[in-house]
Design a binder for this molecule. Structure first.
Ligand code: DGL
Length: 271
């Protein structure tokens, strides 16, 4: 890898507020790290887009984060991790560390879920990419994985409906799916979903271990930084938020995670 230093920021991106769940977990774990967050609100939701479109957005955002001297590019979106991680890594060509939100979770499942019935919910693109299944199969693990697409959830969360009745109706509809009935663990394979984790756990009457993957990812980022001697020990924990289109719901979501005045900078991907 080319020369990077500990005081450079960590670049994080997602289609909208979802990646803030990961950014928040990371800031709690590593408060001195400087963070640059990019919410691609102009192209939300990613989950229904083609792989080619998501790859184009991901590379463009990576270019912007690289111009901002990020030492790490964290793809804080399962959908983009599923379809664009390899391309982003190729594009970066060692100029920064690139991380996705899928590999840390696969590793966690390997360590914690042997012989268990594991359910997974995510966007259409994440589920149809079959990436979790493929990665677990490559490891020859005795784990039964049932994946189910829950496409409207991310948009409803982004829209600020997390605490509304419509969310209860969506969860009831999606989580009643036959394949999810005898699961012991549920992986929230979309970074938006931790926002409604309590409702999901309540739907399953607390009998299913619902996994908020943001903490797993944050710990993996911390370990990778430590491994490369890139933990920022002197930083002030500065945060910048870019969005490709201004939305009030993103502003509210950002305030929910990071209290206080949050300045959103409009940064269109293409002028
Ligand atoms: N939060 C993202 C994910 O983890 C994207 C959701 C969307 O934009 O559809 O998949």
């Amino acid at each position: 890898m080319q020369q990077v230093s500990a005081n450079q920021p960590i670049g994080i991106f997602d289609s909208g507020i979802g990646g803030l769940t990961v950014a928040h977990a990371l800031v709690n774990l590593l408060p001195k790290e400087n963070i640059i967050y990019f919410g691609d609100t102009a192209h939300l939701p990613y989950g229904d887009k083609s792989a080619a479109a998501i790859q184009a957005y991901a590379v463009k955002i990576t270019q912007i984060l690289l111009q901002q001297q990020c030492k790490v590019i964290l793809i804080a979106c399962n959908t983009a991790s599923a379809v664009a991680y390899d391309l982003v890594r190729e594009y970066l060509n060692g100029e920064a560390i690139v991380m996705n939100v899928i590999d840390p979770v696969v590793y966690w499942v390997k360590e914690n879920c042997l012989h268990k019935n594991v359910g997974l919910i995510g966007t259409k693109q994440t589920v149809s990419s079959n990436i979790y299944h493929r990665k677990l199969t490559e490891l020859h693990l005795p784990i039964s994985l049932r994946s189910y697409a829950t496409p409207l959830l991310a948009s409803a969360i982004e829209e600020g409906f997390a605490d509304k009745k419509v969310m209860d109706a969506l969860l009831e509809e999606y989580l009643s799916h036959q394949g999810l009935q005898d699961i012991e663990v549920l992986i929230l394979a979309c970074t938006h979903y931790p926002v409604v984790k309590d409702k999901i756990a309540a739907f399953f009457e607390q009998k299913v271990n619902v996994i908020d993957t943001s903490h797993i990812v944050a710990k993996t980022v911390a370990a990778r930084l430590a491994e490369h001697n890139l933990l920022n020990k002197e930083g002030e924990g500065a945060k910048r938020f870019y969005i490709s289109d201004y939305t009030e719901s993103f502003a509210q979501g950002a305030r929910r995670f990071f209290q206080g005045a949050i300045e959103l900078e409009h940064y269109p991907l293409w002028e």
